[in-house]
Design a binder for this molecule. Structure first.
Ligand SMILES: Cc1cc2nc3c(=O)[nH]c(=O)nc-3n(C[C@H](O)[C@H](O)[C@H](O)COP(=O)(O)OP(=O)(O)OC[C@H]3O[C@@H](n4cnc5c(N)ncnc54)[C@H](O)[C@@H]3O)c2cc1C
Length: 386
């Protein structure tokens, strides 16, 4: 903790900014990098509250986005491991391989998520953004000139900053946009229960493995820096009782042969228990308003089966940064173009999501698979308007 924070004052962030970005995950960092590179003053605040960073893979196409953000993708080779493809037993007990050798972008990566996020924030800093670590952005207040006053708190110390634009990159909860009057449509009740297994020096599997099951699907991948992550995805109401106890989790895992083979003989990492987190599809409406814009999971959250979450986070962060820069420069149509593109991409995703789930016919009448065969009717969440 800095001296200022220890004294109950916010360490050195006060001031007027063109934009404040709430949330320092991939989407927030991409927005901050884009704005800073455009010469805008930007503060990037990250609360370090999560989501729980499980093992995640970054699709090969991310190379182009990283280049666009001024990041050499080779920088990833140090802290992350190459991902050479996917093995998928989906629609059949036989596993099919998709090899990234055929991908024009090359291999993907198994990420050490905290290291990846931290690398992106370092780039924002290097490009001139101010980065406030362990700092939570609170409920914003409108100023008479149309700008915002935002309360920041760091280790219990607080201060306020002023900005012309607010970027909500707070993840699935979209904390800032909900305060601005947006509503969140949730399309399903998917949850992930995940467990990290101990390191095995003979584990040479460099692909992600996916396997469908009667009431959901399984996923496993290397977990960085060491070990292997195993995750089960199902709906909230279909989650077996006590699945967050290791014994119950491992018993269910034993019914998924491809995943069980990769977990065999490996106990949970010392002190680890299965953890549960939200993984549902959701969309914010609207995704931008006067003086604010949402990016990443805050704007549209995708089912992890799509492997599109991180790509979308980087892409929407970059596009929103460009849109805010354009608005600051007087181009009033820029945020409308951004939200139209967001909707178009999300509609395409919904169609693809239904198609992918229609490939699994073995349990077509089971609720998990049956629910995904029909156009979803979203549930809506709201927060109090400013
Ligand atoms: C189980 C699971 C597995 C997944 N696997 C993959 C995968 O393999 N590949 C893939 O591409 N995608 C995957 N995803 C999706 C991916 O994790 C997300 O799409 C991605 O993290 C979205 O990035 P983001 O920056 O929008 O939000 P987040 O990564 O959620 O970051 C939000 C940040 O905002 C901070 N924050 C929150 N509130 C505040 C506040 N008030 N003030 C300041 N900071 C705040 C948080 O601390 C956090 O750092 C997976 C998702 C889940 C749930």
């Amino acid at each position: 903790m800095t001296t200022a924070a220890a004294a109950g004052r916010c360490p050195d962030h006060r001031g007027h900014y063109d934009a404040v970005v709430a949330g320092g995950g991939p989407s927030g960092a991409a927005a901050a990098i884009t704005l800073a590179r455009a010469g805008r003053s930007v503060l990037l605040a990250d609360a370090h509250t999560g989501p729980p960073k499980t093992s995640e893979s970054l699709a090969p196409a991310a190379r182009m986005l990283l280049h666009d953000l001024g990041i050499d993708p080779r920088a990833l080779d140090h802290d992350h491991r190459p991902c050479h493809g996917t093995l998928s037993a989906w629609g059949s007990p036989r596993a099919q391989q998709t090899d990234f050798i055929n991908d024009p972008h090359g291999h993907g990566w198994h990420l050490d998520r905290p290291a990846f996020d931290s690398m992106l924030r370092s780039h924002a800093l290097a490009h001139g953004a101010r980065v406030a670590e362990h700092t939570t952005a609170g409920r914003p207040a409108r100023l008479p000139d149309g700008g915002w006053q935002v309360a920041l708190s760091t280790h219990g110390a607080s201060c306020t900053v002023h900005c012309r634009w607010l970027i909500d990159a707070t993840g699935r909860r979209a904390r800032i946009a909900m305060h601005c009057g947006a509503v969140r449509h949730r399309y399903d009740r998917l949850v992930a229960v995940h467990l990290r297994l101990a390191h095995d020096p003979h584990d040479s599997e460099s692909r992600s493995v996916v396997e469908s099951a009667p009431d959901g699907w399984w996923y496993t991948a290397p977990c960085l820096p060491t070990g292997r992550l195993v995750a089960y995805f199902t709906d909230t109401d279909l989650t077996p009782p006590a699945l967050t106890t290791p014994r119950v989790f491992l018993d269910l895992l034993a019914t998924a042969p491809h995943i069980a083979a990769r977990a065999q003989g490996r106990p949970p990492r010392p002190g680890d228990v299965p953890r549960r987190c939200a993984a549902h599809t959701a969309r914010l409406e609207p995704a931008a308003g006067e003086g604010w814009i949402a990016v990443g999971d805050a704007a549209t959250a995708y089912d992890p089966v799509s492997s599109q979450g991180l790509l979308t986070a980087l892409y929407t962060g970059k596009c929103a940064g460009e849109a805010v820069d354009a608005r600051l420069g007087g181009r009033y149509d820029a945020t409308g173009t951004y939200t139209a593109r967001l909707h178009e991409t999300f509609d395409g995703y919904l169609l693809g999501h239904r198609t992918v789930h229609s490939w699994e016919k073995r349990w077509a009448t089971h609720p998990f698979w049956d629910r995904r065969q029909h156009p979803p009717r979203p549930a809506t969440a709201t927060a109090r308007r400013l």
